[in-house]
Design a protein around this ligand. Structure first.
Ligand code: FA5
Length: 350
């Protein structure tokens, strides 16, 4: 009986040596180890053996079974490796010096306008600040003269965390921290506070061609002695003419925000329709772009600055809308679409 085991092993080895592909090896697996396979069949012929012989023979068959499984698995591995090597060898030779023909990445249009604005304001001595997207109720509202239950909160419903924090509904939420950061240099060294802080904002509101629930603003503040509305208008005009590289029609009208007094809405003539009216400007010909005003005395006080001595302006530029106007994007939702076809076509002018 043990000769049978040895003979079967030799037979399997020689057939495996002759096999050249995975299908042939698999056929051998079935032929020897399958339910009706030759090795399994050896066990079936044991019924006529004595108990001792059964024990000895059964052990030998089990050893063979294990060895056959390993031989077959090794052969599979050998064939797979040979296939990989054949595939590599069949590939055209790779020339490292060939110029790459890759699609290069591109900046998002909002990143482009943000950088353009930062460049303009930096050249006028403004710091660029970064600020958290998750803020406290105090930062987003209370420090901005918007106490709890103030109706102005209705216009800026946002997303609340279970711990009471919220996703900032406007970049003005960073004002208080900025005043506190720079007030000592203002008071002790006479250095005006000049800072911009771009950032992502969130509002729980319905979307349309000019409203998104996630959008970007860029806040700017300047605080010093004798700052007036003329300073505000100068900086706004400089920024817009630099960003658009042409004269832009703007209008200033009164606007209410509890954190500025007086407050204004700065609108620009819609560049999508040339002022005739279209969905991007809600058919008014004008687009609300940059509310602004003189910082409210209570807001300065909350930031540790004496409003009797210092005044300042603040603005909240709609960066997403600026990107729409600059690049002729008709629907704001395209900017959050993630579609490379739509977004990869813009480049910096410089
Ligand atoms: C504010 O957010 C004030 N914090 C701005 C401000 C700052 C006023 C400093 C005075 C002083 P408002 O909600 O209007 O204001 O938003 C400012 C700008 O952000 C808008 O003019 C618009 O350009 C943009 N904006 C507002 N809501 C959306 C929205 N849902 N989708 C896209 N852009 C928006």
């Amino acid at each position: 009986m043990s000769e049978k085991v040895t003979a079967l092993r030799d037979e399997l080895v020689s057939k495996l040596n002759a096999a050249t592909d995975a299908a042939a090896v698999d056929a051998l697996r079935v032929e020897y180890l399958g339910k009706n396979g030759s090795i399994t069949g050896l066990l079936k012929g044991m019924k006529d053996l004595s108990i001792e012989e059964k024990k000895d023979f059964g052990q030998k068959v089990n050893v063979l079974k294990e060895e056959a499984g390993k031989l077959i698995a090794d052969k599979f591995e050998e064939i797979k490796n040979a296939e990989i090597i054949a595939e590599i060898n069949s590939m055209p030779e790779f020339d490292i010096s060939t110029p790459a023909n890759l699609n290069r990445g591109s900046y998002h249009p909002i990143t482009l306008v943000q950088r353009q604005c930062e460049k303009v304001f930096k050249s006028m001595g403004f710091h660029v600040e970064d600020y958290s997207e998750v803020v406290t109720d105090y930062e987003c509202f209370e420090a901005l003269n918007i106490p709890k239950h103030h109706p102005a909160r209705d216009m800026q419903d946002t997303y609340y965390l279970e711990n009471g924090q919220l996703l900032k509904s406007h970049t003005s939420a960073a004002q208080n921290a900025i005043y506190k950061k720079y007030k000592d240099a203002l008071i002790n060294e006479g250095k005006p506070i000049k800072a911009i802080f771009p950032g992502r904002c969130f509002r729980n509101e319905a979307t349309d061609a000019c409203h998104e629930n996630t959008f970007f603003q860029m806040e700017g503040v300047m605080v010093d002695k004798n700052i007036s509305i003329s300073n505000l208008i100068f900086f706004m005009k400089t920024m817009l003419s630099e960003v658009f590289q042409k004269d832009i029609k703007v209008r200033l009208r009164p606007g209410f925000f509890p954190f500025v007094e007086p407050g204004f809405e700065l609108d620009i003539s819609c560049l999508i329709c040339g002022g005739d009216g279209c969905p991007s400007c809600k058919h008014s010909g004008w687009l609300e772009l940059c509310p602004c005003g003189m910082i409210h005395p209570e807001v300065l006080k909350a930031g540790g600055i004496d409003p009797e001595e210092y005044t300042g302006f603040a603005f909240g530029l709609g960066l997403t809308r600026l990107a729409m106007m600059k690049y002729g994007v008709k629907d704001i939702r395209d900017l959050n679409s993630g579609s490379l076809k739509a977004l990869a076509q813009f480049t910096d002018d410089e």
